[in-house]
Design a protein around this ligand. Structure first.
Ligand code: DGL
Length: 275
């Protein structure tokens, strides 16, 4: 296939690059088009209505660029917009195209990652408030006990370069302690936000017992591989020349300055505007 039909990867800003990095590692042959809505980020504290409206606009823009499949790499968008987009919007605007999120792949696996059957979820206020992780885990593993903790300071800490500095200690320890005290039997903690893998090392230092930290990127990548095997009609429409294109709704230089922190290498970015 010569034409450009990349897999769209959408995030509120930079964070989805941690997910794209893992998807690429497993599926490098596909074309990818990344869109970060940095001009309107963060999404974490926004209402359902705003997150849905912004995400839908992004999805329509990505469809316009030739994407037949879009991954909402943002947990907040997956939590607050995905279901409405899949059930109400897609049948109307693009019935033959697909939009997937990052929450389900993790919740489908979580029962195999805990021995105690007690799991913790760390996320933005929006993700926690939506209860999406709780609802999804209940479907696949009804016996698993889920405790959530919103960490509203963690995204700004990462974006301000504090992830590995002492300044982050107080805020990281505070939420880890609160989660582990709320349920002392937790033996697996899901990093339910695109930014939190950058805090993984620090989170580890504040865990007092043996707890598995579950980062979602690799799980999302694996799940996409399985999805392609089941849905060859969608897979066959994704072009495969290993191309990467990055767009931001902000100024390109602002995106490029921080992108490498999330993506692991420098990026050249293009600008787009929502009309
Ligand atoms: N990408 C968001 C998420 O995974 C975090 C950043 C934001 O709040 O916009 O929930």
């Amino acid at each position: 296939m010569d034409s450009f039909h990349p897999i769209g990867v959408f995030d509120s800003g930079f964070g989805g690059l941690t997910v794209l990095r893992e998807i690429e590692r497993l599926l490098p042959m596909y074309d990818f088009l990344y869109l970060g809505d940095n001009a309107r980020a963060p999404y974490g504290n926004r209402s359902f209505e705003s997150v849905h409206a912004y995400t839908l606009e992004a999805v329509q823009w990505l469809f316009g660029q030739g994407c037949h499949l879009i991954i909402l790499a943002c947990n907040t968008a997956s939590a607050k917009a995905l279901r409405t987009i899949q059930q109400d919007d897609l049948p109307r605007i693009a019935p033959d195209r697909r939009v997937l999120g990052v929450i389900r792949p993790v919740t489908e696996r979580i029962g195999t990652l805990t021995a105690s059957g007690h799991v913790g979820i760390l996320g933005t206020a929006g993700t926690v408030e939506s209860r999406s992780y709780v609802i999804e885990i209940e479907k696949y593993f009804p016996e698993v006990i889920v405790t959530q903790e919103a960490c509203p300071m963690w995204v700004p800490l990462v974006e301000n370069g504090e992830a590995d500095r002492e300044g982050a200690d107080y805020f990281v320890k505070q939420h880890i302690d609160r989660l582990c005290n709320a349920d002392p039997l937790i033996d697996a903690i899901v990093l339910g936000c695109t930014h939190y893998p950058l805090l993984e090392r620090k989170i580890g230092t504040f865990l007092h017992r043996c707890i598995t930290i579950v980062s979602q990127g690799a799980i999302v990548a694996e799940s996409l591989g399985h999805y392609f095997a089941r849905h060859t009609e969608i897979e066959g429409r994704c072009s495969r020349r290993g191309r990467r294109i990055f767009y931001t709704s902000e100024k390109a230089h602002i995106f490029e300055r921080l992108a490498a922190v999330f993506y692991g290498r420098e990026i050249k970015c293009r600008e787009m505007r929502f009309s």
